[in-house]
Design a protein around this ligand. Structure first.
Ligand code: SPV
Ligand code: MG
Length: 311
């Protein structure tokens, strides 16, 4: 998408585009993004799909990933993300921010914001980021199934992707519970399963995949087992691999490094390690704005001509 104003155009089929990627037997990466700028960079770098990360968006708002940001604040960030790209965006919906009713309102607002789908996780609300501490209480299965079904009923696009995230392995509830929950979420109408693990290797995920047997497309976020090659995920039958927080961490580290140099020595030393303004203007398509200015100025001249004719 070329203009921040393009969201005024009706663009259909984001869900269908994500569904297509999920149907395709080839594994695909989703880049975790946290704002309009990171979404533009991700799309520019060729990612076929984006993950509007709850951790990323919260962090960029300066708050913690434990539903500290309100869901309407998060939806506003999602709107910024989807407005600047046509790449399908899967939105991290956390727990649905309450019950079936808040979950379906969140889903509808995400759909209106041109998201391709949402992902709901089966933790008790408010949840804590899966990498923080060991206290990760699971929501009752029936409650999670109700949220999935309510979202399915509430959204208007049948292709809008509702992903159910299984946190049983994070909560230490074991493989059997993880499989039971994923099976229940499929029955409730989920289109894909996000199976989450924080083990240092892919072994736990491999065991899940062996039992899951391709019943619904699988998505994961290999933050702790990131050294696993994509070919291994492919052979396990994984559909989507979310690089959930690397862009956020890259931005944080680079900003901190630059700020320390600036504070100590001023900007001269930074010149080679920061983006040029030209790079930023190119990314944000300032040239398009210039062309449009000319276009509308010419239109105005023509219209003035008509006005003079009529006078
Ligand atoms: C996020 O990016 O917000 C996620 C993925 O939910 S994780 O942080 O790995 O739980
Ligand atoms: Mg999250």
């Amino acid at each position: 998408m070329s203009s921040p104003h393009s969201d005024r155009r009706a663009v259909q089929g984001q869900g269908a585009r994500l569904r297509e990627l999920l149907r395709n037997p080839a594994v695909f990466p989703l880049l975790g993004v946290h704002d309009g700028l990171s979404a533009r960079i991700g799309a520019d770098c060729g990612f076929p799909a984006l993950w509007a990360s709850g951790l990323g968006m919260s962090t960029a708002l300066g708050v913690r990933d434990c539903e500290e940001a309100s869901w309407t604040e998060l939806i506003q960030v999602v709107e910024h993300i989807t407005a600047v790209t046509d790449v399908p965006v899967l939105v991290d919906g956390d727990t649905g921010h309450g019950n079936f009713n808040t979950a379906r309102r969140f889903a509808c607002r995400a759909e209106r914001a041109r998201a391709a789908g949402i992902c709901l996780e089966d933790k008790a609300s408010p949840k804590m980021n899966s990498f923080v501490g060991d206290a990760h209480a699971l929501a009752p299965v029936a409650e999670m199934c109700g949220k999935i079904a309510a979202c399915r009923d509430a959204v208007t696009d049948p292709d809008f992707v509702i992903t159910a995230r299984v946190e049983a392995l994070i909560a230490g509830a074991g493989m059997e519970v993880a499989l039971e929950r994923a099976t229940a979420y499929q029955a409730a109408g989920a289109d894909a399963i996000f199976i989450h693990s924080r083990q240092p290797t892919v072994a736990e995920i491999a065991e899940f995949c062996a039992h899951w047997n391709d019943r619904l497309p699988l998505i994961l976020a290999p933050t702790t087992y990131h050294t696993t090659p994509m070919s291994r995920f492919q052979s396990l039958g994984i559909s989507g691999v979310i690089w959930a927080n690397q862009a956020l961490r890259a931005a944080t580290a680079a900003m901190r490094r630059a700020c320390l140099v600036l504070r100590e020595n001023g900007p001269t030393e930074l010149d080679d390690s920061i983006s040029t303004l030209k790079e930023i203007f190119t990314l944000l398509e300032y040239e398009e704005l210039e062309r449009d200015e000319q276009h509308y100025a010419e239109l105005l001249t023509k219209l003035n001509g008509y006005a003079e004719l009529g006078a």
